[in-house]
Ligand binder design. Structure first.
Ligand SMILES: O=P(O)(O)OC[C@H]1O[C@H](O[C@H]2O[C@H](CO)[C@@H](O)[C@H](O)[C@H]2O)[C@H](O)[C@@H](O)[C@@H]1O
Length: 270
């Protein structure tokens, strides 16, 4: 298992990335959505990928040496609507996986979806008095959004959410945290890293995996692709299992443009 260290600034490491690509014939390019392709905004419905990112991604999608994947905490249908093109999508933190036309749903998550729905509707009532609270039922997981909730009310929201999940979840659901969100999902050892491992297993020999993400849920993916993959954490978080870091989605766009125009030249000719 990779030991978490301080990721190095990517801008000083392009030669390093090129060296990692050299010796490979193909690239599996896995990208988180919110905070990576799309800047964080107050209203989750308003999140959109940067135009420069969309252009670079479209070009990578069209490159026969590259397989692109979006790996998101959003529901599969939601994230697919927001960014089109890639062959592979993992939604709900890897609990649903779309490969070409086939969609696989984690069977335990599917069984617990009804209970999750009950928890989300109880939370709607319990948290109703909290100003600007938003509860998102994503069928397999749920998100309590606190970005626009007054800061002093957030600890109470966390306590009430945990208590409700314990009381109503019948021991089948658990709570984790992300960027100004409380995530509720099946209490099973499954995350983005498991989904990325499945995608990697489908790739032909000689494929290097790249993963870019900005949140705690992306750390399992960085660990899954170590030691040979290229992990890039967006933001200041440190330590991380990613080897490199960039500051913002705008930097991600710059890197994807470089990858498309220059970086891929390092791949071995087939
Ligand atoms: O794995 P991701 O693709 O990064 O999805 C994680 C969560 O992203 C969304 O919430 C985050 O972005 C919102 C829009 O910028 C922001 O308002 C919120 O505070 C962030 O946590 C999404 O709404 C969640 O469902 C995802 O789980």
């Amino acid at each position: 298992m990779a030991t978490d260290v301080s990721p190095r600034p990517l801008v000083d490491s392009y030669d390093d990335v090129r060296a990692r690509l050299a010796g490979s014939r193909r690239l599996l390019c896995c990208l988180d959505f919110d905070g990576t392709l799309a800047p964080i905004v107050e209203d989750p419905d308003e999140a959109t990928a940067l135009p420069a990112t969309e252009r670079a991604l479209a070009s990578l999608v069209a490159d026969s040496r590259v397989t692109t994947a979006i790996v998101s905490g959003r529901a599969l249908a939601d994230v697919r609507r927001r960014i089109a093109g890639p062959r592979l999508y993992a939604g709900n933190h890897g609990l649903e996986l779309a490969r070409d036309e086939s969609i696989a749903v984690h069977p335990v998550a599917r069984k617990r979806a009804k209970r999750l729905g009950v928890v989300c509707s109880v939370l709607e009532t319990v948290l109703d008095p909290v100003p600007n609270i938003r509860i998102e039922n994503k069928r397999l997981t749920g998100t309590v959004h606190v970005r626009t909730v007054p800061a002093e009310a957030r600890p109470l929201v966390t306590r009430l959410t945990r208590r409700t999940v314990d009381r109503v979840g019948e021991g089948t659901l658990s709570v984790s945290t992300g960027k100004r969100v409380i995530e509720i999902g099946p209490s099973i050892p499954w995350g983005k890293g498991n989904a990325v491992a499945l995608l990697e297993a489908d790739q032909p020999p000689g494929t290097t995996t790249l993963y870019i993400g900005d949140d705690v849920t992306d750390e399992s993916a960085f660990r899954a692709i170590a030691p040979d993959g290229i992990g890039i954490r967006v933001g200041q978080a440190s330590p991380s299992a990613a080897a490199y870091r960039v500051s913002s989605p705008a930097d991600v766009a710059t890197f994807l443009e470089w990858l498309d125009s220059t970086g891929l030249d390092a791949l071995e000719q087939i």
